[in-house]
Design a protein around this ligand. Sequence first.
Ligand SMILES: *Cc1c(COP(=O)(O)O)cnc(C)c1O
Length: 362
Amino acid sequence: MSIVLQAPAYIRAISPYIPGKPITELARQMGIPVEKIVKLASNENPLGMSPKARKAVEAALAGVERYPDQFDLIAALAERHGVATGQVVLGNGSNDVLDLAARVFLAPGRSAVFSRHAFAVYPLASMAAGAECIVAPAKHYGHDPAAMLAAIRPDTRIVWIANPNNPTGNFLPQAELRAFIDKIPADIAVVLDEAYTEYLAPADRADTVAWIKDLPNLIVTRTFSKIYGLAGLRIGYAVARADVADLLNRVRQPFNVNNLALAGALAALDDHGFVAESFELNRRGMEQIVAGLKRLGLEHIPSHGNFVTFEVKDGAAVNGKLLQQGVIVRPIGGYGLPNHLRVTIGLETENARFLEALEKSL
Ligand SMILES: *Cc1c(COP(=O)(O)O)cnc(C)c1O
C-alpha cells in the first residue's frame, strides 16, 4: 500500500494554499515581458524594502556561515511593546507562529473556531494539527463576535481572529474586539493576527499587546511582510504571556529565522520614515482605487488594510481578462467569494494600470 494512504486522513483532507500568481509564471504563460506585468496580488509593499533594512541585510551577508542569533531582534521587539524578552517568539513569517500556536494547542479531538472569509492559514494550520475547523458565519463579510462565541464548543482550543481581516479588509473596532475576547473562556487560546495593524488609521489603533496582562490566553501576532516590505525574507512574531511563549518556543525550530531576516527586521523596525511613507502611499492609493471602482459602478468591501476586495459579475472571467493584460490580482473563490477579486494597493501608476485594465475587462 502507498505511504500516501498512511498519512492521517486529516492531512490528506487539506486543500493546498493558492498563492498570488508570481510575475515570472504569468510571463512564461502569456509571453508578456516581466517589466510589463503589474502584480497587485499578495499585499506586498509597492515601495520595496526600507533602504536601512537593505543596508543591514547586505552587511549581514558577511556572517551567513554562522547560525543565527535572535537576541537583538527579540530585545528590540520586547522594548517596542513594553514586554519581557521571554514573551516574544519569532517566526519564519507570522504564518510560522500561527502554525506554532496550532501545534501547541490543537490536536485530533480538538477544534478551532474562525470566521467565514477569514485568512486561509487558519484552516491550514488547524487541520495540519488534526483539529476540526468550526467556521462561524460572517456579518457584512467580517467577523461576527456573537456567531463566533456561539460556535465555541467544549473541545475548542483556539479562536483565530484577524483584525483587519484578509481578504475582506474588515476591521472590528478595538472596543468591540476587546468585549469579544473578554467573553471567550480563559482556557481557550485567542490568536489575534494583526498583520495589517500598521495600516490602521491612528484613531483605530490600540495597544492590544498590553491586553495580555489581563488576558493570559491572548497571543498577538505581527509581521514584517506587509508595511515593512520584507515578505520575501520571511519574518514575523508573536507576543504572549511568558509561559505561553515558552510553549511556542518548544515546538519552534531552533534556527527558524535566518540571519538576513533578523538583520533586516531589526533595521526596518526603526525606519519610521519608511513606514510613514508606506502608510501615506497606501492611504492615497486606496482613495485612488476606491474612486476608480465607484466610477466603474463596482461594489467594494471597505478595507482597513493595503488591499481592497470588490465585486464583479463573473470573478473568473474578469480575472482572466486582467491576466491577459498583464495585471495580476487575487481571485478569492477559495474564500467563498467567487465573484470578488482582491487588489493590493500599488504605486499610483500601477493602480492606474489596474483600473484601466479592469475597465476593459468588465
Ligand atoms: C499576509 C498575512 C500574514 C503574514 O504572513 P507572513 O507569514 O508574515 O508573511 C498574516 N496574517 C494575515 C491575515 C495576512 O494577510
